[in-house]
Design a protein around this ligand. Structure first.
Ligand code: UDP
Length: 478
């Protein structure tokens, strides 16, 4: 059989590109010469933090994967900065990705024997391109099974209501098959208010069942209830759910040896360090940085903290000194037990280090999986995207973390930081039980990805379907 090119389209954002790259490696492991993998990348207009650097780094580290940087669509066609258009970043992003259909189509036409297109959840409009060119399309859902269960259910649920979700009131509790109950205020960003982002997401979610299959970055024992709901077709009420393939946890293998924070960790006792990191975009105002610093100092625990500059203009840039950002004397007073780095740490390596003891996370799905795979208890401090819902999943369903409580304005006090850090590192029955569950989840995560294990089996099934579909496509062409 002729080799097929599988094109992966991760959309924008580090958290979407990174797991797609791990998926690319799965193709290379299992493809047995039947597939070449190409990744179509497009420079995001509004979510640029670290993206170009990540693309360059991943490209250099993945010589067997062909990277194609698509030209950005002109603003007039819906790209960034369209005059008068809504400035909501999520709405802009989906509009931008939709406008990228034209360069994506050109790329697919230029590649030899394209066998399938694998789309990120936000790239649903590229189904038009797949349809036009007769290429089988799959989705890769980067936020786990319960995230997918809710995403697929949203369009029908909204259609059954006479108001937007926001119209129900922020504290109204919603219940979806496969997911723990969560409040309207904990829904993914952009989906509650019927604005442009909401319309775009509902449109994409409604089209997702058109795909031949959906790959999920998760494993069954982490989210059994969600997997059952998806397989039983409970999430999409009015039509069949495509086959779902649990191919995770696909997490970065790490491999950074150079970063100073790893050498610092080498000098710390086993499981003694609290690691704080808030994803590729998490940044706090200076006042919140100060509360974290005070809480960490008072907790008396060892810590490694990834600090990013406050988001607003006029504040120091990422080149500025940490001393200037944090309370006076904090770094000096904690130097024998704490390290702050900026703006990035090799998280996958840090989490797996024997000295890591707990993870204060913004609950991005990649961070969640990385923390789970490393066997660390999670302290959940969600910031954006679907992270508030992820916190509910982690705390209520997986029982692998506890929440950090925020005030009404979203701010977290030094007292709360101190209390939760002390608790998670402490010796109470609750903390010990949490650590035991985290260790058990780490073992299950490892079992999911052993050679010949469930993730491999799911991937091979998916690949079989893909190769069959692309053969049918070829037969039709003849
Ligand atoms: N990450 C990292 N170092 C940092 C911040 C983030 O290595 O200082 C990585 C992290 O390991 C994860 C990804 O960036 O793989 C962030 O993805 P996630 O889904 O957790 O959050 P997002 O950035 O999409 O909000």
């Amino acid at each position: 059989m002729a080799r097929k090119t599988v094109v992966l389209f991760p959309g924008v954002g580090v958290g979407h590109l990174a797991p797609m790259l791990e998926l690319a490696k799965a193709f290379l492991r299992h493809g047995g010469g039947a597939v070449d993998v190409a990744v179509a990348v497009v420079e995001p207009p509004v979510m640029g933090n670290g993206f170009a650097a990540t693309v360059a780094r991943t490209e250099a580290a993945n010589a067997s994967v062909a990277f194609h940087v698509l030209p950005p669509p002109p603003p007039a066609s819906g790209g960034a900065g369209e005059p008068g258009a809504e400035q909501d970043p999520l709405a802009q992003m989906v509009r931008f990705l939709r406008a990228t259909n034209a360069p994506l189509r050109d790329l697919l036409r230029s590649l030899p024997s394209v066998g399938a297109l694998v789309l990120d959840m936000f790239c649903g409009d590229a189904l038009d391109v797949a349809e036009e060119l007769g290429v089988p399309a799959y989705f890769f859902f980067p936020s786990g099974a319960a995230g997918l269960a809710v995403f697929l259910a949203l369009p029908a649920r909204r259609a059954s209501m006479s108001t937007s979700f926001a119209g129900l009131g922020a504290s109204t509790v919603l219940s979806f098959p496969g997911a723990p109950p969560f409040k309207v205020s904990e829904m993914a960003e952009g989906v509650s208010d019927d604005g442009e982002a909401c319309q775009a997401i509902l449109r994409i979610a409604a089209r997702m069942p058109d795909a031949r299959g959906i790959l999920i970055n998760s494993f069954e024992s982490l989210e059994p209830r969600a997997v059952r709901a998806l397989r039983d077709g409970l999430c999409v009420p009015d039509r069949p759910t495509p086959p779902v393939y649990l191919v995770g946890p696909l997490v970065s293998p790490g491999g950074d040896k150079e970063h100073t924070c790893l050498q610092w960790l080498d000098a710390q006792p086993d499981r003694s360090v609290v690691f704080l990191c808030f994803g590729s975009m998490g940044a706090f105002p200076r006042s919140q940085l100060a509360e974290i610093a005070v809480g960490l100092e008072r907790s008396g625990q060892r810590f490694l903290w990834v600090v990013r500059s406050p988001p607003s203009a006029g504040e120091p840039s990422d080149d500025d000194d940490l001393d200037a950002l944090l309370p006076a004397g904090f770094l000096e007073r904690t130097r024998d037990r704490g390290l702050a780095v900026r703006p990035w740490a090799p998280q996958a390596d840090v989490l797996r280090h024997r000295a890591a003891g707990a993870f204060v996370t913004h609950c991005g799905w990649n961070s969640t999986l990385e923390g789970v795979a490393a066997g660390l208890p999670l302290l959940c401090w969600p910031l954006y995207a679907e992270q508030k819902m992820n916190r509910v999943r982690i705390v209520e369903d997986m029982r692998l973390g506890v929440g950090i409580a925020a005030a009404g304005d979203g701010a977290v006090s030094a007292e709360e930081v101190e209390a939760k850090v002390r608790w998670v590192m402490g010796d109470s029955d609750g903390a010990r039980a949490l650590r035991e569950r985290a260790t058990a989840a780490r073992d299950s995560a490892a079992e999911a990805v052993v050679e010949g294990g469930p993730a491999d089996v799911a991937f091979v099934e998916f690949l079989k379907d893909l190769l069959e579909a692309s053969q049918d496509m070829h037969a039709q062409e003849l």
